[in-house]
Design a protein around this ligand. Structure first.
Ligand code: UD1
Ligand code: CA
Length: 456
C-alpha cells in the first residue's frame, strides 16, 4: 500500500506570544515542522501534505524547497476539519498517517510500527500513559480491553478524567476509511470543533480494530504550546544527542551543557568542554579537544587538533595537529594545513595557511595564501579591501612578518623574506630580502625637554 502523510500545522500557537507561526520556532536550530518533515521523508511516503492556516505565507516560504503539497485551512475548525482539507488534494488510496507540526521529536521507528498493522479492517493509534494526563484526550476501552473512543479533556466525565492512557493525536488508517469517516464527524462538543479523535468511535462502531502503539520515549509525542515546553523539549533532545555521542566514545565534560544544531560526527577520544555550540555539519577527527564556550559551524577539524576556549570557527577546514585560540575566529574559507597555529584575537577569512605556519596574536589575515613555516607577527593586518574590491596577499615559505605589519594587497612576499616590524608593505618583496617600510628612528641626546611656563 502507498503512504500519504498529513502534517497539521494550521494553528496559531497563541501561547507562544510570538509573531512567528508556532511550527516555525526552532528546536536544535531547525523549525519544528522541518523535524516532522524530515522524519516523514524517512518513511518514503508517496505524498506529504502540510495543512497550513495561520502564517500560511511564511510557512510556504520556509518550506519552499521541500517536496510537499500545501492544503489551506482558512478557518481552524478542528483537527478533523484540518485533515479533511488535505484529503481533497490528491491523497492516494493507500495508508494515511497524521502527524503534527508542533510534535517535533516523533521517531521513524515508532511510526513504522504504527503503520505496520493498518489495512481496511485495522487502524492504528499512538497512545501514551501519563501520570499527569490533563489536557489530553483519554482513550476509552471496552470490557474486552479494545479501544472504542477518545474523549477530549473538555468533554470528559469525572470517571473518564481518571483515565491515564492518552491520545497523542498521531494515528494511521487507510485513505478509504478516512474518506468514509470524516464526513460523519460533528462539531457537537464542548469546543464546537470537528475532532479527528471522533473517528475512533466511528471505526469501532464499524467493527474496524484499533491497534494501540506506544512510543519508545514520551519525548517523542510531546507537543509544544509555550516557550517553557519548547525549552524543556530542547534540553531533553540535546541530552539525547549527548548520550549518543558518549556511546560513540566522545568525552563530554558536562553532557547537560552541549548544543548540537545540525550534525556532529566525531572520531574516537574527542573531548568537548562545557558550553560549546555546534551548527550545521561539523566533523571532529580523532583526539580533537574543544575548549569551553566554542562555536563551531560547518567545519572539519582534523585529528589531534586543540581548539582553545572561546573560539568561533565557521566554514573552515583544519587538517590536523593544529592549535587554535583561545579567542580565535576562523571565518569561511579558512584552510589550515597540518600543524598550523592560529592564536588569540586572530581573525582569518578565505585563507590557506601552510604546514607549520603560525599566526599567533592579534591579526587579521584574509584573502591570502601562506606557505609553510611562515611566522606572522602580532598585529599583522592584510589590507585586502580598497573600499571597492578585495585583493590577495601571497606569502612564501619560511617568510617572517614582523609585528604590526600592514600588507597592502595585492602584494606578494617572497620565500624566506623578512619584513621589519611596523612596516606598511605595498610593493612585492623578493625571496630572502629584508623589507622595512617605516619612519626612521631619530635620537637627539641633547634635546631640551619643555618646562612649564611660570606665569600661567
Ligand atoms: C489534540 C487531540 C487530543 C490529544 C492532543 C495531543 C483532537 C480533537 N484532540 O488536542 O486528543 O490528546 O491533541 O496533543 O484532535 N490544528 C489545525 N487545525 C485545526 C485545529 C488544530 O491544524 O483546526 C492543529 C494545531 O495547529 C495543532 C494540532 O492540530 O498542531 C492539534 O490541535 P490542538 O487544538 O492543539 O489539539 P489539542 O487540544 O492539543
Ligand atoms: Ca495541542
Amino acid at each position: 500500500m502507498t503512504l500519504d502523510v498529513v502534517i497539521l500545522a494550521a494553528g496559531q500557537g497563541t501561547r507562544m506570544r510570538s509573531s512567528l507561526p508556532k511550527v516555525l520556532h526552532r528546536l536544535a536550530g531547525k523549525p519544528m515542522v522541518r523535524h516532522v518533515l524530515d522524519t516523514a521523508r524517512g518513511l518514503e511516503a508517496e505524498g506529504i501534505h502540510v495543512v497550513i492556516g495561520h502564517g500560511a505565507d511564511h510557512l510556504r516560504e520556509v518550506l519552499a524547497d521541500a517536496e510537499v503539497r500545501f492544503a489551506v485551512q482558512s478557518e481552524q475548525k478542528g483537527t478533523g476539519h484540518a485533515v479533511a482539507q488535505a484529503m481533497v488534494d490528491g491523497v492516494g488510496k493507500g495508508k494515511v498517517l497524521v502527524l503534527y507540526g508542533d510534535v517535533p521529536l516523533i521517531r521513524r521507528d515508532t511510526l513504522v510500527s504504527l503503520l505496520e498493522g493498518v489495512d481496511e479492517r485495522h487502524m492504528a493509534l499512538l497512545t501514551v500513559t501519563l501520570d499527569e494526563p490533563t489536557g489530553y484526550g483519554r482513550l476509552l476501552r471496552n470490557a474486552a480491553g479494545e479501544a472504542v473512543a477518545i474523549v477530549e479533556q473538555k468533554d470528559a466525565s469525572q470517571a473518564e478524567l481518571a483515565i491515564r492512557e492518552c491520545n497523542t493525536g498521531i494515528m494511521a488508517m487507510t485513505a478509504t476509511q478516512l474518506r468514509r469517516w470524516l464526513p460523519q464527524l460533528s462539531a457537537d462538543n464542548a469546543q464546537g470543533e470537528y475532532y479527528l479523535t471522533d473517528v475512533i468511535a466511528v471505526a469501532a462502531a464499524e467493527g474496524v480494530k484499533i491497534a494501540t502503539v506506544h512510543p519508545a520515549m514520551t519525548m517523542e509525542v510531546e507537543g509544544v504550546n509555550n516557550r517553557a515546553q519548547m525549552a524543556r523539549l530542547e534540553r531533553a533532545h540535546q541530552r539525547e544527542i549527548a548520550e549518543r555521542l558518549m556511546v560513540e566514545g566522545v568525552a563530554l565534560l558536562d553532557p547537560d551543557r552541549l548544543d548540537v544544531r545540525g550534525s556532529l560526527s566525531c572520531g574516537h577520544d574527542v573531548e568537548i568542554d562545557v558550553g560549546c555550540v555546534f551548527e550545521g555539519e561539523v566533523e571532529l577527527g580523532e583526539g580533537v579537544r574543544i575548549g569551553p564556550h566554542c562555536v563551531i559551524r560547518d567545519s572539519h577539524i582534523g585529528a589531534g587538533t586543540v581548539v582553545e576556549a572561546h573560539s568561533v570557527i565557521d566554514g573552515a577546514v583544519v587538517a590536523g595537529l593544529n592549535r587554535i585560540g583561545p579567542f580565535a575566529r576562523l571565518r569561511p574559507g579558512s584552510r589550515l594545513a597540518v600543524g598550523a597555529k592560529v592564536g588569540n584575537f586572530v581573525e582569518t577569512k578565505n585563507v590557506e595557511v601552510g604546514e607549520g605556519s603560525k599566526i599567533n596574536h592579534l591579526s587579521y589575515v584574509g584573502d591570502a595564501r601562506l606557505g609553510r613555516d611562515v611566522n606572522v607577527g602580532a598585529g599583522t593586518i592584510t589590507c585586502n579591501y580598497d573600499g571597492a574590491n578585495k585583493h590577495r596577499t601571497e606569502i612564501g615559505d619560511d617568510a617572517f612578518i614582523g609585528s604590526n605589519t600592514a600588507l597592502v594587497a595585492p602584494v606578494s612576499i617572497g620565500e624566506g623574506a623578512t619584513i621589519g616590524a611596523g612596516s606598511t608593505i605595498s610593493k612585492d618583496v623578493a625571496d630572502y630580502a629584508l623589507a622595512v617600510a617605516r619612519g626612521r628612528q631619530v635620537s637627539r641626546p641633547d634635546w631640551p625637554r619643555p618646562i612649564k611656563d611660570k606665569h600661567h
